[in-house]
Design a protein around this ligand. Structure first.
Ligand code: RAM
Length: 333
């Protein structure tokens, strides 16, 4: 009797599993997906979109990468309009502004396109899902913890950011300011937030400006791969090398020389390719009807495995990593 009911429940379970499996539609083939990074001449964005192209190959989608040369608030508008005209199934974008793109994204949505943001979000109404590289609060707080450690928790610090509109950097800076309120940082002071606009030359000039305007500056956090590499280039030949601690978010390949020559001790990042890869899988899962965007829904993203949609449609790729002299040569991106 016992054996029979066990057998029955085993049968029921397997029937249920088959049903659940049958209810998950396969990813559609030949999907048209446009990837629209903040700007195209930033090595970070090239790595990010390479992950999207990799995912596209795996799932048989037609993925293309387009984008402006500057990260200005409205520079992505014409690319959204083109994606509508070209009847793309999905648009995956790193937004240069949280609100400026909303009317254009609404048109795209109304045309039937699925919208996924990655790296830098719009307001929640602008998209169905946001692929966040790591937990925003964690990124912001970790940057302050790192600079604090590097300067012995004492002295003036500044931030060298991307554009003043960048949703991702602005969120991280907000968390940096929260972290700085803790008693551990009572002898540290944030004296300036400068903007290099994710433009290499402008970031270089802004770094120079910070060092000249604040002779007592002890540390700079640059939460942008463009800013930290341009800032390090300035610092590497300046008398402030070794006196001002520069840290933030950088790619190992752009920072390697500056870590080896002692300009920078440690910085952080995730693998940008994983962001584009996961975003493209998420877009394909949406278009194919595997998910609708509701919190709690799960989907599979190739080599990264299974992900669950969180609050407000946010999906977090994974924790950030700290790079230094001891480990930087293990990475090539
Ligand atoms: C720059 C961009 C990007 C950001 C990285 C850390 O490449 O601003 O949006 O995520 O830095």
């Amino acid at each position: 009797m016992k054996t029979r009911s066990l057998l029955l429940s085993a049968l029921t379970l397997s029937a249920l599993a088959t049903l659940a499996y049958a209810q998950t539609p396969a990813l559609k083939k030949g999907l048209k997906i446009t990837l629209l990074p903040k700007n195209i001449n930033n090595p970070y964005n090239v790595i990010e979109t390479s992950g999207g192209l990799e995912a596209g190959k795996e799932i048989g989608a037609l993925v293309k990468v387009v984008g402006p040369s500057d990260a200005g608030a409205s520079s992505q508008v014409s690319y959204i309009n083109t994606a509508i005209a070209q009847k793309q199934d999905a648009l995956v974008l790193a937004a240069n502004d949280a609100n400026a793109l909303l009317p254009y994204l609404a048109r795209a949505k109304a045309s039937g396109m699925k919208i996924v943001t990655m790296d830098s979000d719009t307001a929640v109404s602008g998209r169905t899902l946001f692929i966040n590289q790591a937990n925003s609060e964690g990124i912001g707080r970790a940057q302050v913890q790192l600079v604090g450690k590097l300067i012995g928790y004492k002295g003036e610090i500044a931030v060298l950011s991307a554009t003043p509109n960048a949703t991702n950097q602005n969120t991280w800076i907000k968390w940096m300011q929260e972290e700085l309120k803790l008693p551990r940082y009572k002898d540290m002071k944030l004296v300036k937030i400068a903007y290099g606009n994710d433009d290499d030359q402008k970031s270089f000039t802004e770094m120079q400006g910070l060092i000249q305007a604040y002779p007592n500056l002890k540390g700079v956090i640059s939460p942008t791969t463009v800013g930290i590499s341009a800032g390090a280039r300035y610092l590497s030949t300046s008398p402030s090398k070794g006196k001002v601690a520069l840290t933030g978010l950088g790619t190992p390949n752009q920072m390697r020389a500056f870590v080896k020559d002692g300009t920078v001790t440690a910085f952080q990042l995730w693998n940008p390719a994983d962001v584009g890869y996961l975003a493209t899988y998420a877009a394909a899962a949406l278009v194919s009807g595997q998910i609708t965007g509701k919190p709690g829904e799960k989907f599979k993203a190739g080599r990264l495995g299974e992900y669950t949609i969180g609050k407000d449609g946010e999906i977090i790729v994974g924790p950030p990593y700290t790079f230094d002299k001891a480990n930087i040569d293990k990475f090539d991106f």
